[in-house]
Design a protein around this ligand. Sequence first.
Ligand SMILES: NC(=O)c1ccc[n+]([C@@H]2O[C@H](COP(=O)([O-])OP(=O)(O)OC[C@H]3O[C@@H](n4cnc5c(N)ncnc54)[C@H](O)[C@@H]3O)[C@@H](O)[C@H]2O)c1
Length: 395
Amino acid sequence: MTERLRVAVIGAGRWSRTAHLPGFQRSPLCDLAVVCDLDEDLARHRAAEFGASETETDAERVLDRNDIDVVDIVTRGDHQDLVFATLEAGKHCLVEKPVCHDYRDVWRAHELARSKGLKTKVGLTFRYAPAVMYMFDLIREGFVGQPYVFNGYEQNSQWLDPDNPMDKRIHKVKPVGEAPWGTDSDREEITVSSLEGYGAPTIDIGLKCVGSNLTQVVGILANMVPYRRRTNLDTERERINIDDADMFMAEAANGALFSMQSSYVTVGNYPGIEARIFGSEGAIQTRLVDEHGVIQTIKTATKDAVEFVQREIPPHYFPPGYRPDDAWGTAFYGNLVHDFCREILDGGERNQGDFAQSARVQEVINAVALSHRRRAWVRLPLGDDDMAPIPTSPF
Ligand SMILES: NC(=O)c1ccc[n+]([C@@H]2O[C@H](COP(=O)([O-])OP(=O)(O)OC[C@H]3O[C@@H](n4cnc5c(N)ncnc54)[C@H](O)[C@@H]3O)[C@@H](O)[C@H]2O)c1
């Protein structure tokens, strides 16, 4: 292994530009070697913007190269095939969530990575927000004591407007032959969406806050805005049965209570994440909402001083090259990318936010969807009989 990792980024779209590419450009632990996109002009443009030496349009050719250590998958739609191909090719793998829609496939990917001595990381962006990293350290130091209650929220209004296309990809021709999603208007057939979007990284934060697996969940998925434009090429709205708002509650193995609300049709700015943990000694509230130029805050209280006070986030929680005017995606992802490079270069077992953690999160998502369809509590871990094909969205 070289002292600086050679990285190839597959997918040069919006999120890649805001989050992934600046992270790799700024980390002193890697060189951005290749930007790959089906759109050759876009790949070239991004490579020039972020100082990558080469471009590619075919992901397979990237995976065939033996001078690439890390492959980063930032495409839209299903990531599963590219993830397995990346690991088979012997590359460390960063991928946007979800790795796979079925948690058992995520475990398979995790096992494959381990068998090849590879590290993995998932775009569980918000655990790398400086405020959340600080919260995790306070919890580790005992600030909260025994965890009693976690509340997680994702609330933003990115799809409140029904004319904002449900499928975020910019299509030049109308997609054909893709599995349809949201076309069956039965309550039970609702397509999982918000819960797998920013619900996933919020569940991830919750599991860290309570420090325990969940043992049972009960939840509901809802469709608040039933008629929407499907793609950028559609002029009419159509019925799309999709989870744009959901709630669940759960019990953790250590007795803590856990609740989550995730929705992208609730008024408020992006990303709209809040995490609150209350314990025997103290409580912490972290808010990641881009408001009036502030992207994150952390407030704490103790049992002897119950009024919450805002804390300054110490500078060492910020990523290399951080600038105060960084967009939240750039600021949070800078930590994710740099941490992944360090985990690979350091060797050893350390690998936070990896496929194993993503599999735990995905199992909770699968269980909540099942609870909605059964109208009942669902026990965790799930059994093989619990899993049926899950309608999921491609974005
Ligand atoms: N973690 C987060 O907070 C967060 C935030 C936003 C988006 N995302 C995720 O990031 C991913 C990308 O989102 P986006 O908004 O950048 O999408 P986008 O459509 O803007 O960009 C995706 C790019 O990938 C390219 N692409 C697709 N398949 C490819 C292939 N096989 N080989 C090479 N290039 C390919 C497309 O041409 C496109 O340019 C999605 O999975 C999305 O859910 C995550």
